[in-house]
Design a protein around this ligand. Sequence first.
Ligand code: 9WN
Length: 431
Amino acid sequence: MSPRLTGDESALWQAAARVLDANWTGAATVPSPGLYPHQWSWDSAFVCMGLARHRHERAEQELVSLFRGQWESGMLPHIVFNGGVERHAYFPGPELWRSGEQSRAPGDAETSGITQPPLHAFAALRLYRAAADHDRGRNFLRAIWPGLLAQHAYLARHRDLGGAGLAAICHPWESGLDNSPAWDRPLAALQLPPASYAPARLPRALPTGVDYDRYVWLVTTFRDTGYADGHLRDDHPFVVEDPLFNATYLASTHALAELAGIIGADPEPHREAARRIHEALNDRLWDPDHACFRPLDLRTGKQIPVATISSFGPLLDPDLPAAAVRGLVDLLLSARFAGAAGYPVPTCDIQAPSFDRAAYWRGPTWINTNWLLWTGASAQGLQVIADLLYGSTLRLIRQSGFREYFDPFDGTGRGSHDFSWSAALVLDLLA
Ligand code: 9WN
């Protein structure tokens, strides 16, 4: 704990540390003890950055455990299942994904068959920077390096479905923003066979409700091809280039270049890859008419019109053109986002018909997306925005605790309690 903290800040720090300690399984951190009893990919990247400030060795273990689930193709799955947990504790569990039947999946861990935002190289760099012992930190980076390279090679080889350098997602779960209004159109366009799935079997109250049959159908469609890369390229009906996913891809690619320098590898291929992602992100996903970033649906060739939290992801791009920075700042401060929310940043445009203050990724404020925007704004030198995000994020936690998400108008906590990334990112903010 930093000696600079005030009394109130050290109490917050201790509370956050207790959440992470309680959610530690011995090898990794569960997002929340009841609702999510396994290891999730982007959760672990956030948790790693918090643990880096609290228990450095666990932060390393967190990444190692996650990469145990990596497939031979380099695909880093979005869930690594905890074998010690009752099989029906979470739906969709291993029985939906059937990774055990895939020769490319690891033999000793059951996993999902899709990925999540690739924030891991970025997390590894932050972990190294927070290390007290840089020799040890460098050794850890050398150990995790092949996994990070394989993850990025997979995205470049098998997910650049638009051919311009971005990585496409094939399922809303891959975005991390499951029921975002951004996915309403591509989901509505799916042609499902009648009664392919019975939602009544679900063992928990679902935050996302109506789209679940479509989520599951997308998984079974992909799974039944043996998770074939060719299927994603030629036939899969949900293929989208998302700004936030690609902004994390870009941030992590820059991090790979820095990590290469630290461990004595060649940074140039990663710098070149970052240039390509930067160009494609700005050429393909920037909407000059509305001055914001939008997802591109590769099946229709059209950008998806609704503005969501994902639209701000490219603040993580260190080379973002000045006009784009200005456009994003204007939108962020407008009455469509921070300007009308007492507790910014809502995950969807408040004025959009699909906005819902209580519905998961359709309006509530989340700590991880605030943190990503805070990180981006700080790196862009947008101090006023960064301070606004810093203050409002800590205010949410002080008022409502380490909840999963929050009402953007009055800060009421929603979803699960003791949520790991909410705690982890508070440690990073306070450090
Ligand atoms: C599906 C674990 C995960 C997060 C996602 C969040 C939610 C899962 C679910 O929980 O997704 O992957 O069951 O709804 O949307 O961002 O990684 O915290």
